[in-house]
Ligand binder design. Sequence first.
Ligand code: NAD
Ligand code: MG
Ligand code: MG
Ligand code: MG
Ligand code: MG
Ligand code: MG
Length: 336
Amino acid sequence: MAKIYYDKDANLALIRGKKVAIIGYGSQGHAHALNLKDSGVKVRVGLSDKSKSVAKAQKAGLTVGPVATVAAWADVIMVLVPDHVQARLYREEIAPALTAGKMLMFAHGFNIRFKGIVPPKNVDVAMIAPKSPGHRVREVFQEGGGVPGLIAVYQNATGTAKKLALSYGRGIGCTRAGVLETTFKEETETDLFGEQAVLCGGCAELVKAGFKTLVDAGYQPEIAYFECMHELKLIVDLMYRGGLNYMRYSVSDTAEWGDYVSGPRVVTKKTQKEMKAILKDIQTGKFAKRFIDENNKYGRKTMTKFRNKERGQKIEVVGAKLRAMMPFLNPVVISK
Ligand code: NAD
Ligand code: MG
Ligand code: MG
Ligand code: MG
Ligand code: MG
Ligand code: MG
């Protein structure tokens, strides 16, 4: 059983006694900065002068400065810029400020695990990774709760890294729900695998293949959209609350029987084998290298090609029209 920490295991006074730099003000950055501020922690946000986020952070009542300046001021530096940007920003603006005894923090282990960042031995390196999109980290905290998180310590130069990281986790609300102990290696590899094989990659391809099968067979795309995409949320909500058992309890016996006989025809032994190959590419660093090269060597050409192609998919065009007719969904439009 994983070790889980709660509010009672975390001393908020520790992080309140430190100066904390939040580098980046995106999905996670805004949530960490504002939750810590509300928890009585001394926070500053590090951004480049050109960033559009500067005005946003200032408007929220936060002190903002250049990354190098804020990192030099801080005792604890949380890196919340996109993973492919972190190594360069670390080299140029954070490393010079990283004097002995400071703590470098992450919300995902990518750059430590794949050595994009190699911190000096005399600093603490820890992770608090909320298991939720940043906007939920903020909303749930404001409602008085917290989202679950992960904690990991990669370097413990001071001997107090874990206590301080837990205190940070309490400051952003995660210990209200529970913080599970892991390692940078485990968090990074499982996070990448989950999003590729199941959550984002696996799920998107499953939805597209189901939709295409129905449309190719002559059924109306609008009907196919409801069956293969819209209803997915309703099913996932059941799984979220009570697992696969509750989902199967709630759906008709017809649907449950179809699940047992047809599910394994879709996700086959071949799929399992491919999942193992995907995991291998993650573990060996092959995936990470390709992603970093895509960003730093190839100017995101393939990423842009994929993105444009996916945004033009028939299911996206049909879906946007249908969602516009359902304002109660609070639909969001991503332009092509
Ligand atoms: P993000 O894409 O929302 O934005 C990060 C912010 O970084 C931007 O708003 C901007 O302020 C700054 N930034 C962007 N490009 C930059 C550049 N070229 N140079 C300098 N600054 C730049 O990032 P995010 O999704 O919050 O991810 C931050 C970290 O948190 C990553 O390590 C990610 O893996 C991790 N994480 C994210 C989520 C999530 O919900 N999005 C969940 C868990 C962990
Ligand atoms: Mg994840
Ligand atoms: Mg991820
Ligand atoms: Mg149905
Ligand atoms: Mg049932
Ligand atoms: Mg049915």
